[in-house]
Design a protein around this ligand. Structure first.
Ligand code: ADP
Ligand code: ASP
Ligand code: MG
Length: 927
């Protein structure tokens, strides 16, 4: 069933002895052969060949065969070498004269791209080149689909194969013309009709064997290799294409893998070369044969492996893997936008990266080239100016990759769609052979174990397998250990589905303490739960298993922590009113400086009001947020908003900033914190709401690594909550807190003096914008009571808002007024009572101040008008300043006093902003 091999004619011109290799081969065995050939071979002018010339020898032999075939004539000068001998014992030139290139499907996607590939090949000045190509992009998928369709008796395989035909016909017609095009199309036609026959057989049988399937799917490479070969030939450069099924011999292994048979492959390569000793060889990637000449493949993405095996056979100077990215990134660039290109990687690091899912390189690529120290270069066909990544024995200039010395971790990779199997039980401890029994059972079902972790107590062994294989693994383990389970020696065989592996790779990890600590700290701070851990003795990688839904976030969290040392925060702003709007403006002004000086990258991913919201994937342009709100707003939906900010972005840390005074919004905090979203707010509703809800919030906050900051709930930007927390955390005991917590009431009483009427001062305050639109909201005292309850709870008191007696400054009859205007009109009628009180106080050298009090010793609080001596700090206030006095065991004789402007959008937004920066520093930003 072999496809007839069509080759572009091999050149006679390239076969002369003056064409000697520039350097000797690295391979000692080829040097031995070299001396034989040097001893025996003469050039066709009768002279001895010069230098190290296994190449010359083989060329002469090849030349002889060709000549003999063509005109039956043998050169007298080499008549002492028998042809039979030379075929049995051919010597393929090996060593630095060869460079190997591999072009992935991404590079072979269109005729234009194939043309660029040809240009690259032609511009390589290395003496000999072997080019390995993948199928055109998507073609292998299409071929697998054909087999699936035919074997499930789906007729549409016929139109699907016609599509494959059309795709190649069109590409070839764009690339080739004349005889070459005709030859290619005739071959393509033949292949397609053979395939149709075969697929028909599969369709009738309703089943495809592995070798049938491998035969079908490998055609993509056969066609792409021929198209490229004709294209190069069109440029006047002779070349041959190689059907690697004639050369690469592999042995199938039990685990759906194949192992190269290097000795047989080398023999076949030498034979092949004898027939077609071209300077440029275009070889099919992916496909191979068994020793019995049955077509097979190197399995998905195997072309990299083909290139590595052929490089090893040729002892090439270098293998360049061309793809669609600039090299190996520190993490998959489609998942981590900040990933950076690594200039160098050691073989081991590259192996770990590819094993753990970095599909830029097939994991089996490394071993063949490592054995001969052949460097691999990964380059981007779409960006020739990028130098790419070099994978070699000893990475040079290691520090060029590093921004800081403490970043020892090189890169991260992930594998999805895994399940974790946990075998647990006290009966496993100290019993030899348990692990072998477990893994023997897993092997029997043919499952691939990706990582293993065993607790040192020997009570549990857990391992990750592909999700598709876990069912079989689980039932095999259950039946194998049925007796042990029944007897209680094993307690369970548990499957944890939907897991991913996150691998951290770097060869310096071995000698650097603290890598694991930093890794787990970054994961914990992103609120990611780790299910299992493994660290090999080589310490080239640390592997963690986590929930698949957390994987991308985890990847971003650890990447930014190790590699970029940049703290990124995705923010959602709720309530773009006076405070929220001011905050957004402050963020806009500071963002660049924060990024530059402190490596803090703050991105506002969404802004929501009560009616509309705007969302962005990479960050809202803060110089235009008001316009964007008008142009692109959608209907507000708080759940959708939170989900968007938390999930749909490239940043591991999320914070929602609630700038409303809304209880409904506050009701979401618990849920958000539980999801790992940090919360910052000047909204008092959560902390002054029902006690049990507050306690639950605080407990959650303490138990998790999520942060909840609310400095601006009391005294706007003044450091009140943080001072109080600082005192408590350092072991001080709070005895008493007393203060003027309302800017409005501070202003009113600072100005309620002499002969002025209370209503007159309230009117003045309202006019100056110091009060709420309805001044009763301030004068009722509820807002102060909320601040008192917040401070009381922060000091450890378990009080409800209703436990705080509040002196309401709104006269009883005016509380029911329907409008603030009506209240303001009637207020002068009630001036007398407060004027009398003020006069009475002044007569005794006192002033009236409206204060909140937390009496920690007696477990109570209050909000009331109190008298203070004229020299008391509370009597010295001006404007709308707040003042708070903490009496503690340390500050007993003289209280600790915090004083300053405690209201207004600028200072409140400033307080919120400083909480945001505090959060960034908790998350690892430099201070
Ligand atoms: P080709 O068809 O050229 O073989 P692949 O799709 O197999 O291309 O491999 C290239 C892709 O590998 C990139 O487009 C990228 O999305 C992915 N990739 C995953 N991890 C990494 C990484 N760490 N560095 C670079 N690319 C990566
Ligand atoms: N064409 C094959 C595949 O898609 C091999 C390769 O591209 O590496 O799996
Ligand atoms: Mg690939």
């Amino acid at each position: 069933m072999r496809t007839a091999a069509v080759s572009t004619p091999c050149p006679a011109s390239a076969l002369f002895l003056h064409h000697l290799p520039p350097r000797c081969s690295r391979d000692p065995s080829s040097r031995t052969r070299l001396s034989i050939s040097q001893a025996t071979v003469q050039d066709r002018h009768g002279g001895k060949t010069r230098g190290c010339s296994s190449l010359g020898w083989s060329r002469i032999v090849s030349e002889r065969i060709r000549k003999r075939r063509s005109n039956n004539q043998i050169f007298a000068s080499i008549a002492d070498i028998s042809l039979e001998q030379s075929i049995e014992n051919p010597s393929l030139p090996k060593g630095d004269m060869w460079s190997v290139h591999k072009f992935g499907g991404t590079c072979m996607g269109t005729s234009k791209r194939i043309q660029s590939v040809a240009d690259i090949v032609l511009s390589d000045s290395t003496e000999r080149k072997l080019i390995v190509v993948s199928a055109m992009s998507k073609v292998t998928d299409m071929m697998y689909e054909l087999v699936n369709k035919a074997s499930s008796r789906d007729d549409s395989y016929i139109s699907a194969i016609d599509n494959v035909f059309e795709k190649h016909k069109l590409t070839a017609s764009e690339l080739l013309d004349g005889e070459d095009l005709a030859r290619f199309l005739s071959q393509l036609h033949n292949d397609i009709s053979n395939l149709k026959t075969m697929l028909r057989a599969i369709y009738i049988a309703g089943h495809a064997t592995e070798s049938f399937s491998d035969f079908v799917v490998g055609h993509g490479e056969l066609w792409s290799a021929q198209m490229l070969s004709y294209t190069i030939k069109k440029h006047g450069r002779p070349c041959c294409w190689m059907d690697t099924r004639d050369v690469l011999i592999v042995n199938p292994t039990s685990s759906n893998q194949v192992d190269p048979d290097y000795i047989e492959s080398e023999k076949r390569l030498e034979k092949w070369f004898l027939k077609k000793p071209a300077d440029i060889i275009i070889a099919t990637g992916f496909i191979a044969s068994t020793i019995q000449n049955i077509p097979t493949t190197l399995k998905r993405d195997g072309s990299d492996f083909s290139a590595a095996i052929l490089s090893a056979l040729l002892k090439a100077r270098q293998v360049t893997i061309w793809t669609d990215v600039d090299g190996v990134y520190s993490a998959d660039p489609s998942k981590v936008s900040e990933a950076v290109i690594l200039r160098t990687l050691s073989y081991q690091e590259a192996w770990e990266m590819s094993y753990f899912g970095a599909n830029v390189l097939h994991p089996r690529t490394i071993i063949p080239v490592m054995k001969h120290s052949i460097p691999i270069l990964i380059r981007n066909i779409f960006n020739l100016s990028a130098p790419g990544t070099k994978i070699c024995q000893q990475p040079v200039n290691e520090n060029q990759d590093r921004k800081s010395l403490d970043s020892v971790v090189k890169a991260f990779a992930t594998i999805d769609n895994l399940a974790l199997v946990n075998v647990e039980g006290t009966g496993m401890a100290g019993i030899p052979g348990t692990a072998s029994a477990i893994f023997g059972t897993v092997k029997d079902v043919g499952a691939n174990v990706i990582m293993i972790s065993q607790a040192s107590s020997e009570h549990s062994v857990c391992f990750a397998v592909p999700e598709s294989e876990v069912k079989a693994v689980s039932s095999a383990l259950h039946s194998r250990f049925q007796q042990a389970l029944d007897a209680g020696r094993l307690s369970k065989v548990e499957v944890i589905p939907k897991c991913s592996i996150l691998a951290t790779v770097g060869h310096k990890m071995a000698s650097t303490p603290g890598v694991s600590a930093t890794l787990f700290d970054a994961l914990a701070k992103a609120n990611i739960n780790v299910r299992a851990i493994a660290q090999g003795c080589s310490e080239y990688n640390i592997t963690v298993v986590l929930k698949q839904e957390d994987c991308v976030r985890a990847l971003r969290a650890v990447h930014s922590r190790f590699y970029l040392s940049k703290t990124t925060l995705a923010m959602g702003i709720i309530g773009p009113g006076l405070i929220g709007g001011t905050l957004l403006d402050q963020l806009r002004v500071q963002a660049a400086a924060l990024k530059e000086k402190f490596n803090i990258d703050l991105r506002v991913m969404g802004i929501t009001g009560s009616q509309t919201m705007i969302l962005s994937d990479m960050g809202i342009d803060l110089s235009r947020w008001r316009e964007i709100q008008k142009e692109k707003a959608e209907v507000a939906d708080l759940d959708k908003f939170a989900k968007h900010v938390n999930e749909n972005h490239f940043f591991p840390n999320t914070v929602l900033v609630d700038c409303t005074a809304d209880t409904n919004v506050a009701n979401h905090y618990y849920d958000w914190l539980q999801k790992g979203i940090h919360v910052i707010t000047p909204n008092k509703k959560a902390n002054s709401g029902p006690l049990d809800r507050y306690l639950k919030l605080r407990t959650l906050q303490r138990l998790s690594y999520t942060h909840y900051f609310y400095e601006a709930t009391v005294g706007a930007g003044l450091p009140i909550i943080s001072s109080l927390q600082g005192l408590l955390e350092t072991g001080d005991k709070i005895l008493h807190i007393e203060g003027i917590f309302s800017g409005t009431l501070s202003y009113i009483f600072n100005n309620f003096k002499g002969t002025r009427a209370f209503s007159e001062v309230v009117f003045e305050a309202k006019e100056a914008g110091y009060t709420e639109p309805d001044p009763r909201d301030d004068l009722s005292g509820t807002d102060v009571a909320r601040k008192v309850i917040i401070l009381a709870r922060e000091s450890g008191l378990k009080l409800e808002l209703s436990d705080i007696p509040v002196q309401n400054l709104v006269p009883e009859p005016l509380r029911a007024c329907s409008s603030s205007d009506e209240y303001m009109q009637q207020l002068p009628n009630f001036d007398k009572e407060l004027s009398d009180e003020r006069d009475d106080a002044e007569a005794s050298g006192d002033v009236l101040r409206y204060v909140g009090v937390v009496d920690v010793v007696n477990d109570k609080g209050s909000v009331e008008l109190r008298r203070y001596k004229k020299e008391h700090p509370f009597a010295q206030l001006s404007g709308s300043d707040n003042i708070i006095a903490f009496t503690t065991t340390r500050y007993k004789d003289q209280p600790l006093i915090v004083r300053g402007p405690g209201a207004g959008a600028e200072v409140t937004a400033g307080g919120v902003f400083s909480d945001i920066l505090r959060l960034a520093s908790y998350l690892g930003a430099p201070s």
